[in-house]
Design a binder for this molecule. Sequence first.
Ligand code: AHM
Ligand code: MG
Length: 331
Amino acid sequence: MSKIQQNLMSLQSYVLAEEREYPGATGDFSWILSAISLASKSIGNKVRRARIEDVLGDMGDTNVQGEQQQKLDVLSNEIIKACLGSRANIGALVSEEDETPTVLRSHQDGGRYAVLFDPLDGSSNLDVSVGVGTIFSIVRLGDGVKGSPEDMILNPASRQVAAGYVLYGSSSVFVVTTGNGVHMFVLDNSIGSFVLVKENLRIPETNKIYSINEAYADRFPGGYRDYLKWAHDNGYTSRYIGSMVADVHRTLIKGGVFIYPQTTDRPEGKLRYLYEAMPMSMLIEQAGGRSIAAADTRLLDVKPKSLHERIPVVMGSSEEVQNVERFLSED
Ligand code: AHM
Ligand code: MG
């Protein structure tokens, strides 16, 4: 707890303190994370007031994924873009809700990072007041990489340097990593700040909980079905909210495994690589867990070819992921 000088540490001061430990740090992260924190307070407020302000329901439109856009998806997207748009070190924004990236400035003009995000994940659960969230990833734009924004973001030279999510649940929780462990902050509404509640969060090594939409089991590859059969025989319990941020948050805190496999009707899986699977994988690994896309395939080693690419996901406690992996490799 070396960085906690006082009992109360805000997200912003925490990131500043972390950056101080790196000589020559430019303050890039505090600059970007403060924008995300501001956006998430505004989105959280909209989520809580959604029924009162009558912003529930769909827009009557579909997004680039072919999914129904909720009014709050669109609002949240606008809020994040408005907050991030003015930060001078951001080159591009990639959102689940937008087909093409929003290019803010070139690398030469100081656009050092791309921020990739799902503004409001799990939004189809909004009308039943289930926890929903914002997921984000910060990618360093490669020096000297030429070409379209897509090339820059997808180029192997690009690196994910930070990732996090904000869960709008019974409390608003901000979980973030800048590659140096996972830290958890909770919004203290009385002062309007995210305050540190847990530094260096570690995921339990093991716990007999699986989180999967089991109703699709007949459409899963055999290895997943075999795993589920084995789990039934070995005293496992199941927890599934259908909101990735809430399901992964629970997995991070309690342990177990979160799985979204490919199905016969969705051979690529459902979850998006860049702004769902990739940031969550970084968080899980930074907390000591494991995240794979297939047996022997670390998810973060997969190179996406397009911005909105989907990928199967198995992430959580190392031992629990290995249990699934065993069945996948035998399949
Ligand atoms: P969304 O980005 O359109 O909200 O969809 C992603 C959500 C995830 O939060 C969740 O893990 C998954 O869809 C649930 O899918 P399903 O209803 O097929 O179980
Ligand atoms: Mg989503």
